[in-house]
Structures are given as structure tokens and as C-alpha cells.
Write a protein that binds this ligand. Structure first.
Ligand code: KG4
Ligand code: ZN
Length: 334
């Protein structure tokens, strides 16, 4: 079955076609990053208006680049939570309208469940190799999730303050680097010395929770105290190293505690080269299998929503057209 996946929860308008939850036929992502860059962050109302402009051409491109017609599509999956309400509404109302016109079932997908399925799109054999430990690192969320089965998730740890992506974005703003901050810091870090400045690492005792506000404050204080003492490349590399170390060390402890033999790292920050490298080293030492999707599947995209929607449809059916959108909802409650 071919599922059309729609994603409009933040600043990416995306439409994708995925067959049987595993084979990507097309995955079109229209990013609004340039539009929001001049404000240094996402302006919700601006994002919603842009989604309205982009959603139909993006769907059209997903269909035409895969040479697929409406009669070949079996269902529509759409992100309905969590996210910016106005932005979510664009995807959800479009999905409902198409469902009515073409008499298709529609599945409401939790955005984080979509990120989990970006790992299964990358390594389909995982879909019967549970449990998996998944680190979701995005702009709004950082969490460790034990995926026990399709639709069965346990939250192992989460951030107590900023998300990892937020730490990158806010840190970049302090260093006067362009939005989104993660890619800017990642690029500069390649030319910097990660040992130049030792930024503090915060660990939350025996829990698997994270905290990134301390490292951000340490960067702010460093820039205030010694504004010209380090090159921006060294600052970026040292700051990135502190965030990566916290993610890798806590994830390693969670692997030991849960006994999971497969680790997946998903979400926008999983595109970070240094994080990918350090996770690779850590899992190689411990003999754990590591799955990190291609960078295009790490950041928000419709393919992961289509894949999550397909499995949800197979296991629990579609949603009545009256389903709502929600700014927040825990993944464990899906
Ligand atoms: O998953 P995502 O596309 O959107 C959300 O659901 O939030 O993640 C976006 C986040 C942003 O904070 C961005 O700075 C970060 O992912 N990001 C990166 C990289 N590429 C994107 N962070 C570090 N290094 C990167 N290469
Ligand atoms: Zn996301």
C-alpha cells in the first residue's frame, strides 16, 4: 500500500509517498529556514502562512516525481501533534480535504513517532527486532525512548530544560551565527579545536535526563568575560563537544541499563557529524548496533510520517475525520 505522508508541524512543509512503510517513492521537503533566518527563529504565524502557500505544490511534486496518481494511493498520514497549532492545522485540513475527495482513510501521527520510524525506514529489518533504544534529538525535544514494539514506547529520559537542537540554535545566536544554529556550528567546528575551551557537562544523577541550559549559560559568560579570546571555530567546536559528550554518555548508560542491543539516533541534531562519529565510536566499543538515518531523514520530512502512519493503520486502523490537532502530547500516550 502507498501512503501519502504530510508534515507541517514546524518550519518544513513536506509531502512523501512511501510503499508498505518501507520504500520511499518520493520525499519532497520545502524548507522555510531562509524565511525565518532573518528573525533568528521560527515565527509561528509566518510559518503557517507559508505552509498554506507550499502544501499543494509540495504534494503535487511528491506525486509527479514518483509518477503516482491518486488512484494508486491507499491512505494519508498527517502529523497532528505536537507542534505549532497553526502550522499543524494546515497539514491536517489538507489531509482531511483530500481524504474526503478521494475517499481515503486518514491516520493522525505523533511527530515523535514519525522520528522513530525514520530509523525503521533506514533499516527495515528492525521492524521485528524490538526492543530498540532511540535517542530523539530535535529542535524542540530531546528524549531517550525504548521502543518495545510498534506503538508501544517507554520514555527513559528527557531534557529538563532546553532541547539539544535548542542549545545549538541559542548558542549560535550568542556567537552571531545564522539560524538554524546546528548546521552553522557543525560547519565551523570542522575547522576548530574542540579542546580549546572546556565547557561544563551537566549530568542528572542516576537518571537518564538531560540539561543543556548550563552549557548555554557558560558560553554566554565566556563571551562576556573574554569576548575576543577564542576564534569562533574553536568556540563552536568546544561548545558542540560539550553537547555531544552529554548526549553520548547518558545514552551509553541507558543502553547498559535497558540491555538494548540496537541504538537509533534520530531528529535534526542526528545530522551532526561529530555526534554521528562519537555515537559510532561508543557503540563499536560496546558491540551495540547503531542506526542513524541519512541527514535528509533526520530533519523533519513526510516520509517518516508516512511510515509511522502505515504501521499505525495496520495495527490500529485509521482515525475518524473529526480528529483534532494538539500543541503538546507525550509520546507514551499515543
Ligand atoms: O527534527 P528537526 O528538523 O525539527 C524539530 O522537530 O525540531 O530538528 C531541527 C533542529 C534544529 O535545532 C537544528 O539546529 C538542528 O536540528 N540541526 C542540527 C544539525 N542540523 C540540524 N544540529 C546540529 N548539527 C547539525 N548538523
Ligand atoms: Zn522533528
Amino acid at each position: 500500500m502507498i501512503v501519502l505522508g504530510l508534515e507541517t508541524s514546524c518550519d518544513e512543509t513536506s509531502a512523501a509517498l512511501v510503499e508498505n512503510g518501507q520504500r520511499i517513492l518520493s520525499n519532497i521537503v520545502s524548507s522555510q529556514a531562509d524565511l525565518h533566518a532573518k528573525y533568528g527563529g521560527v515565527i509561528p504565524e509566518v510559518a503557517s502562512r507559508k505552509h498554506v502557500e507550499l502544501i499543494l505544490p509540495t504534494i503535487q511534486e511528491a506525486l509527479s516525481s514518483a509518477s503516482i496518481g491518486w488512484q494508486e494511493i491507499g491512505a494519508i498520514a498527517v502529523t497532528n501533534r505536537p507542534g505549532l497549532l497553526g502550522a499543524l492545522l494546515v497539514g491536517v485540513s489538507t489531509a482531511k480535504a483530500i481524504a474526503l475527495v478521494h475517499s481515503l482513510p486518514v491516520i493522525a501521527v505523533h511527530h515523535h513517532e514519525g522520528h522513530l520510524y525514520s530509523a525503521l525506514l533506514t533499516a527495515p529489518q528492525l521492524s521485528d527486532q524490538f526492543p530498540l533504544l532511540v535517542l530523539i534529538v530535535s529542535g524542540g525535544h530531546t528524549m531517550l525512548v525504548k521502543m518495545n514494539d510498534h506503538g508501544d514506547y517507554s520514555l527513559i529520559g528527557r531534557t529538563m530544560d532546553d532541547a539539544a537542537g535548542e542549545a545549538f540554535d541559542k548558542g549560535a545566536r550568542l556567537m552571531d551565527l545564522p539560524y538554524p544554529g546546528g548546521p552553522s556550528i557543525g560547519r565551523l567546528s570542522l575547522k576548530g579545536d574542540m579542546k580549546a575551551i572546556h565547557f561544563p557537562r551537566s549530568y542528572m544523577g542516576k537518571t537518564f535526563n538531560f540539561s543543556f541550559s548550563g552549557v548555554k549559560t557558560a558560553l554566554r559568560m565566556h563571551l562576556k568575560r573574554e569576548p575576543d579570546s577564542s576564534s569562533v571555530e574553536d568556540l563552536a567546536a568546544s561548545y558542540q563537544e560539550a553537547i555531544v559528550a552529554m548526549l553520548v554518555n547518558t545514552t551509553q548508560r541507558a543502553l547498559e541499563e535497558t540491555g538494548c542491543r540496537t541504538l537509533c539516533v534520530v531528529g535534526g541534531v542526528a545530522a551532526n557529524t561529530r555526534l554521528r562519529q562519537r555515537m559510532g565510536e561508543m557503540t563499536a566499543e560496546t558491540g551495540v548496533e547503531l542506526v542513524i538515518p541519512d541527514t535528509k531523514l533526520c530533519t523533519d520530512n513526510g516520509a517518516m510520517i508516512a511510515a509511522a502512519g502505515y504501521y499505525r493503520l495496520m495495527h490500529s486502523g485509521s482515525n475518524p475525520l473529526s480528529f483534532d490537532t494538539f500543541a503538546m502530547q507525550n509520546l507514551e500516550e499515543v
